[in-house]
Ligand binder design. Structure first.
Ligand code: SF4
Length: 210
């Protein structure tokens, strides 16, 4: 399965992830932003004005976010390249699709990974599930918006569990299920002060001028 289209291509998107979701000022975002409102850092060219300094400026959530290609799929495929700014009436419909298509694309990503890591009936099952999910992503906007991804997540999760058992049997090693693999990092402001320009966060004791 080709995962190319599941990789975010911001050049073919209309900055949906910088407009559609709401942000809450926190360790991940420096500001509050209501859903459906462009981030103040977003330019008219749909590019982020602080892309090179997102972490330092208090937006690590933007760095971590991955739409799995949902943005360009909604913009170019489901809405045929139409511009939400020229047609404000379509904007809400585009925004509503982002969480749905993102979940479906994430499932496709994991199914592709599963297919690569196994053979025989398990691989065939991964292919069938992927075809089902793929079909959903090509339905019309109204149909996609009404998709409940939950049952699909359950079916895919059950298959991934079986693939995992097979892979672990073939490649024995430490079982790290449930382990906290995140390396301890420097203390972080919670929330980081909006506009903070400090390159190294010193946490709540921060004395950097804002
Ligand atoms: S900070 Fe940049 S990447 Fe993050 S939402 Fe705003 S415009 Fe988008």
């Amino acid at each position: 399965m080709d995962r190319t289209r599941l990789r975010a291509d911001c050049t073919r998107c209309a900055a949906l992830c910088c407009v559609a979701p709401a942000f809450a000022a926190s360790a991940d975002f420096a500001i509050d932003k209501p859903a459906g409102t462009p981030c103040p850092n977003l330019g008219a060219d749909f590019r982020c004005g602080i892309h090179d300094t997102l972490r330092e400026r208090g937006f690590p959530g933007c760095v971590a976010f991955d739409c799995f290609g949902a943005g360009q799929h909604i913009t170019q495929v489901i809405f045929g390249g139409r511009d939400r700014r020229a047609e404000p009436g379509i904007a809400a419909g585009m925004y509503a699709l982002l969480p749905v298509v993102r979940q479906l694309h994430e499932l496709l990503w994991h199914l592709a990974e599963a297919a690569e890591r196994t053979t025989g009936p398990l691989r065939a099952e991964a292919g069938r599930l992927a075809a089902d999910v793929e079909r959903l992503t090509h339905a019309g906007a109204a149909t996609v918006a009404a998709v409940d991804a939950g049952p699909h997540r359950t079916r895919v999760g059950e298959l991934l569990e079986r693939v995992s058992v097979r892979v672990r049997a073939e490649h024995p090693g430490p079982d790290r299920r449930g382990a906290d693999l995140a390396a301890p990092g420097p203390p972080r402001c919670r929330p980081r002060r909006p506009g903070c320009a400090a390159r190294t966060c010193a946490g709540r004791a921060c004395a950097a001028p804002c």
